[in-house]
Design a protein. Structure first.
Length: 146
């Protein structure tokens, strides 16, 4: 199954086990009361049960909520996310970490490579992509092809 998430969406993972009988309203209440977040902002909220063999993902999608669920027939989701007894009810994770969690990849063994460019933009400051305007001279005029 392919889950498509908005690129600007932040992903929050609950650090405490969640009752998997909860549906839309129950999960929204957890987000509002325990995470102190607004579930209507389009962020992604991930919940695991106590045995870590089930996951629910709650997302607001412009005009309604949707829930994605997964139940493992064998094994558990990795325990890389800490269970805390303190004030930390959730933590923000990267999209790659969510994908690896759902695919059963152990994050303890994964090495993230250093990024070559922290932010990639298609198009320059004037809105043109590299293929449209090419490079510019110091005066701001397009250079002629040589």
């Amino acid at each position: 199954m392919v889950v498509s998430l908005a690129s600007r969406a932040r992903i929050y993972l609950a650090t405490q086990p969640t009752d998997m009988r909860k549906s839309f309203d129950g999960l929204c209440a957890i987000v509002q009361q325990h995470f102190d977040r607004d579930p209507f902002q389009g962020d992604v909220f991930v919940f695991l049960n106590r045995r870590r063999d089930r996951v629910k993902i709650l997302v607001w999608d412009r005009n309604g909520f949707w829930i994605a669920r997964k139940r493992l027939e064998r094994g558990t989701f990795e325990r890389w996310c800490p269970r805390t007894d303190g004030e930390d009810t959730h933590l923000e994770i990267a999209r790659a970490q969510l994908t690896m969690l759902l695919e059963g990849i152990e994050l303890k063994r994964v090495k993230f490579r250093r990024q070559f460019v922290p932010c990639v933009r298609i198009g320059g400051c004037d809105g043109r992509s590299q293929g449209e305007g090419g490079h510019r001279s110091r005066e701001g005029r397009p250079r002629r092809a040589e």
